[in-house]
Design a protein around this ligand. Structure first.
Ligand SMILES: Cc1cc2nc3c(=O)[nH]c(=O)nc-3n(C[C@H](O)[C@H](O)[C@H](O)COP(=O)(O)OP(=O)(O)OC[C@H]3O[C@@H](n4cnc5c(N)ncnc54)[C@H](O)[C@@H]3O)c2cc1C
Length: 256
């Protein structure tokens, strides 16, 4: 049983099936691809969808049974009693542990990218890694006045070539950058942040969070005591990237 139809789960299911196992992959939503589907919604990443199509084709060719719209629970695992369970439940956007983070003017970058959350004319993006930089560029290209604020350097954890390219685009789009600013509170009209002991207020109609992802470990923790052969792969172990998710899927497929 493979739980989760993101990149990690799809690759694991294929390799297991190619090696002769009988594999069923469960996905709780109505489509395969997981977070990659959100990545593909970005202007410069639409070709990325080919990865999902290819993984789906390989699963079909290998004979994997795919069950959509089904959330795996401990009860479902006990009912089917599989020999091995591979957990690939991915990650969800992290929240910011500051006062005001649940206000109506605060939205997640993922929701902005997939068109589920509109942003006002003046935007503060919190988060200086991949997603924060990209969503800031996209919003500025729509003509919005965008500031990006992050408590470390802009482009932390982003590969050098990509970081330089994204920094170029941020500057080209005139996004104001506030590195080493620590957000202390979000208010209706903007963001309070501290830099070198001084308190600043950045005005915003909408505050967009791109502050990382929280691994979805609940099912894994519940199943650990009851399933002997349990593996976990991809972002549910530690949020990384597509290459890590697919290669972990391939690796686990070879050891099951
Ligand atoms: C906006 C954005 C842009 C990105 N851009 C890039 C990029 O340019 N390059 C790059 O390499 N990476 C990028 N990433 C990261 C990359 O998409 C992820 O690291 C990767 O897709 C993780 O795959 P995964 O299979 O581990 O998890 P996920 O994609 O999170 O998939 C997990 C799946 O499990 C399902 N699920 C969860 N619980 C259950 C359950 N109990 N039962 C059944 N199903 C369940 C979920 O619905 C989901 O479909 C981006 C991510 C985002 C959000």
């Amino acid at each position: 049983m493979v739980v989760g139809g993101g990149l990690a789960g799809m690759e694991a299911a294929t390799v297991c099936a190619q090696r002769g196992h009988t594999v069923t992959l469960y996905e709780k939503t109505g489509e395969l691809g997981g977070q990659w589907n959100i990545a593909c919604r970005q202007e410069h990443k639409q070709l990325f969808a080919a990865v999902t199509r290819r993984l789906r084709q390989e699963m079909d060719d290998a004979g994997v049974t795919v069950v959509l719209d089904t959330e795996v629970t401990t009860a479902l695992v006990e009912k089917h009693h599989p020999d091995t369970v591979i957990i690939a439940t991915g990650a969800t956007p992290a929240n910011l542990p500051v006062r005001g983070a649940n206000r109506k003017n605060v939205v997640q970058a993922n929701d902005v990218i997939r068109g589920a959350a509109p942003a006002g004319d003046r935007v503060v993006v919190i988060g200086g890694r991949h997603v924060g930089m990209e969503v800031a560029i996209a919003l500025a290209r729509q003509g919005k006045d965008v500031s990006l604020i992050t408590r470390r350097k802009v482009g932390r954890d982003v590969r050098k070539a990509t970081r330089l390219a994204l920094l170029d685009m941020l500057m080209e789009q005139k996004v104001r950058l506030y590195p080493y600013f620590e957000v202390v509170e979000i208010r209706d009209g903007g963001v309070m942040a501290v830099n070198e002991g001084t308190l600043f207020f950045l005005k915003a109609d909408t505050v967009v969070l791109g502050v990382g992802a929280t691994p979805e470990k609940r099912l894994m923790n519940m199943l650990r005591p009851v399933v002997a052969k349990l593996h976990a792969i991809g972002d549910c172990v530690e949020p990384k990237d597509a290459l890590a998710a697919i290669s972990q899927g391939a690796e686990v497929g070879r050891i099951v």
